[in-house]
Write a protein that binds this ligand. Sequence first.
Ligand code: GCU
Ligand code: CA
Length: 395
Amino acid sequence: MSPTRTRLAVAAAAVLALAIPLAIRNADAATTPTTVKAGPAAATSFTPAQVLAGVQANMTTAKKVNSKPHINTMTRAQNVNVYQVAPGVYAYTSGLAIDTDGSDPDPDPDHQGQTTWSDSNGKALGAHHVPFYVLGDDCWDRTSPCPHFFYKEHNMTGRQFALMFYNGKCIGAIFGDTQTANNQTTSDNDSRELGEGSVKAAQLLGIPSSGTTGGVDNGVTVVMFSGSSWVVNGTNANLNDNIQAKVQTALDSLGASMGGTPPTTAPPTGNTFEAETGTLSAGGTFDSNHLGFTGTGFANTANAVGAYVDIPVTAATAGTKTLTFRYSDGTSAARPATISVNGTSRGTLNFPITANWDTWATASISVPLTAGTNTIRVTGTTAGGAANIDSVTIS
Ligand code: GCU
Ligand code: CA
């Protein structure tokens, strides 16, 4: 159940944008939530799964913005932090309490007619029509810089765009309402809270959206894009469409600024064969949760001696060829693997470590191939199994 909510309706004092942190490209139309791991991405587009993995990899102590923890609105636990995951982009993971406020009617006894921010016609936002998230209205400690994440210190204002991720879904949302300022005595809420969003945001994310019984305790990641170029304009009737139209642009912009390479749908040359066209021994999966792979994903074998991936390749002519594996090993130990062709072992190839799981390197070995289809098996010889294998190229 969402706690009692009382909010200070403040005038929408515009915070002047000082910088545009990320390049903007034309928005793709995307009005429905995008399912993570839904299948192959369009060329040069980042998938939600890739971007979420990159965001999570950047939610490190070194990138924490707040020095005192925020409060999870649903659970009241003081364990929510905000991280700068890329220039001008801030992320937190919390629960989601349901905000029913604004111009849409709602049976919630806590419902109020106002939201802190308005649509472009000056009307209170409608929680049933506009996916929005909620931030603290002021700095609880009344000091500057604020020991908590305070939007005014981060080039943010009303209707500031965010990506919201939950349970395989990715939607766009805007900053729509605020948690009570700390001079309000009528509420148990305070401005240190994080983790509230509108009825519409909950519906799009597949979270129960009732203001009295809905919400979820944890697992919602909100990634906020600062700067005036990320303020979304529109009315209660069309804001949702305008917001969702920015989702792919935001994924691509953030994916690129976190240092990833967009995936491609086709192999770079006709001699490159994607690992995900192959088969895995028990416990392996084809994944797409690390940045920079080609094709639609990569092979992640089980972590065990003998775990393998079989990759079918085609050679135009028989003869000795070089197999170049594109792989990643984000651990601190190399992942040597036996390379066999059509069931015959051709030696052990070392797969040295890479900087992290988003960084790809190559390792090569010469083997005889027959003309036509050959099956290349990569079998891990250590307890970690094989490295993550993206592709193999024949030359
Ligand atoms: C992590 C990583 C996987 C990798 C695995 C491993 O779980 O996300 O992609 O395959 O480690 O150690 O093999
Ligand atoms: Ca693995």
